[in-house]
Design a protein around this ligand. Structure first.
Ligand code: NAD
Length: 451
């Protein structure tokens, strides 16, 4: 990127400040994040309040105590005293009709002025999918409106998310525990305003602090940005990692892979032999392949009126066609494959100047949903992560004013960091996410987008 002369940088900063002031925006807070090289950060920033009277609420509280958290069951009696709440977990799984939730919601309301910086509000509720009783369906679906609205009200880096548990999946199951552990911790720093569906029980890892121990992962586009951070995060969680990137990025790729004792593979993923090369390299270096992260992607933004064949075709070839070709070939050899694909909020809500990119990323979501049952039949799964605006070299190429707007429209009032996306990928790669399949997890700070 061309360097901006110093006097112009001052003008840019001033424009940014004026924009911030004119829109009545506040300066964003520094989010509480994990160190991608360390496993022992405290899970929450303070005590945890568990609200609810359902049959599984006590088990939830016991799970959290098992992680050495200071867990309370009643705000009024056991209030956080000198410390502010690090998290509030609201169990709504036993609610059968609108009206029954009111007391618990108001108990939650009473804690909102006593939240720690970057606190977590997490609802646990049952899915409305396939529910025939209108009152029950209403009470269950209503939770989404609560979570999305609360996410927009919270301040100081706090987030609101929910776990949507399918009927038949117990609250004690590793999948619910795993989702709760991800959402309650700093690992979900930029995940906000969404419900994560859990449709199966998942599997508990032997060591919750290194859940990927014994697994082999491949990350494409590993030389920089989200891919490089994903390599570090997967390695921290115990995986052995093969990093793939184009030969032109060979030097940075080697540096990243050396950091974690991984293996570098210089390869253009659009090459017809890409799948065979990846499988051969992973097998010769590590004896197999368990997790595939389709991260490599490119932007070639143009309004559709000005689109060229080269700009359209290259984006579809890298972002979508290569993924499809590679997984189609690998799934035959590796039926247990766990796949995580990088989609984008541009593929969900659309973005001006990104018809080619939006097409490719919405296509990734379609493919993910179709791969989910195919891979599940062999013990694998497929999910997508949809980042919003993340501060990388890719987004540094977007015009400055547009970048500033992209940061500000998020409820968290800022862009995300590559590590935020990497943490979501590492969570979805883990055995405890085994009950999450065919889903799209947004890492967008609750950007102004659809589902
Ligand atoms: P980046 O441009 O910083 O890094 C992408 C990497 O992919 C580069 O190292 C590049 O060399 C590699 N790559 C590109 N084409 C390749 C090919 N044909 N074969 C092998 N490697 C190739 O991008 P990023 O911001 O880190 O984004 C990573 C992924 O996340 C992409 O799929 C992107 O679309 C997606 N995403 C990013 C954002 C964001 O805000 N940064 C938002 C939504 C989605």
């Amino acid at each position: 990127m061309a360097t901006v002369p110093a006097p112009l940088r001052g003008v840019q900063k001033q424009i940014s400040r004026t924009l911030t002031g004119a829109l009545g925006l506040t300066e964003p807070v520094a989010l509480r994040r994990t160190d991608p090289t360390r496993v022992d950060d405290p899970l929450t920033a303070g005590p945890v309040l568990v609200i609810g009277e359902g049959p599984g609420t006590d088990a939830l509280a016991a799970t959290l105590r098992g992680w050495d958290l200071d867990v309370r069951r009643h705000a009024a009696e056991d209030g956080p005293a000198e410390q502010r709440w690090g998290a509030v977990v609201l169990d709504l799984t036993d609610i059968t009709e609108p009206g029954e939730e009111s007391e618990r919601i108001l108990a939650l309301a009473g804690t909102l002025r006593e939240l720690a910086r970057c606190a977590r509000i997490i609802t646990i509720s049952r899915s409305a999918d396939g529910v025939a009783d209108p009152a029950l369906a209403a009470a269950r679906e209503a939770v989404e409106g609560l979570v999305r609205s609360l996410g927009k009200e919270l301040r100081a880096g706090a987030t609101a998310n929910g776990i949507l548990v399918a009927d038949g999946v117990a609250l004690e199951s590793p999948a619910v525990t795993g989702a709760l552990r991800f959402l309650i911790s700093a690992r979900s720093a930029f995940v906000d305003g969404q419900l994560l569906p859990v449709t199966g029980p998942g599997t508990a890892p032997e060591d919750w602090r290194r859940p990927l121990e014994g697994l082999v992962a491949v990350v494409t586009g590993a030389a920089r940005g989200i891919g490089a951070q994903t390599v570090r995060t997967l390695a921290r969680d115990g995986a052995r990692v093969l990093g793939v990137d184009v030969p032109a990025a060979g030097q940075s790729l080697a540096a990243v892979m050396n950091e974690v004792g991984g293996v570098a593979l210089q390869l253009d993923i659009t090459a017809p032999e890409a799948a065979a090369t990846i499988l051969q390299r992973a097998t010769s270096a590590f004896g197999g392949l368990d997790v595939l992260v389709h991260n490599a992607g490119i932007l070639r933004d143009k309004l559709l009126a000005n689109m060229t064949e080269q700009k359209w075709d290259s984006v579809i070839a890298v972002n979508l066609a290569a993924q499809l070709r590679i997984t189609t070939a690998l799934a035959l050899e590796l039926p247990h494959l766990v796949q995580i694909s990088l989609a984008s909020t541009s593929g969900i809500a659309g973005n001006r100047g990104q018809t080619n990119y939006g097409y490719s990323k919405a296509g990734v979501i379609g493919a993910t949903r179709a791969w989910a049952p195919i891979l599940a039949a062999g013990g694998g799964r497929a999910n997508a992560v949809a980042p919003g605006f993340i501060e990388t070299e890719m987004t540094a190429s977007i015009p400055r004013a547009q970048r500033e707007i992209s940061r500000r429209v998020a409820s968290l009032g800022q862009g995300g960091q590559p590590v935020d996306v990497a943490e979501a990928i590492a969570y979805l790669a883990s055995p405890q996410a085994g009950g999450v399949n065919g889903q799209v997890l947004r890492v967008c700070g609750q950007n102004l987008v659809g589902r």
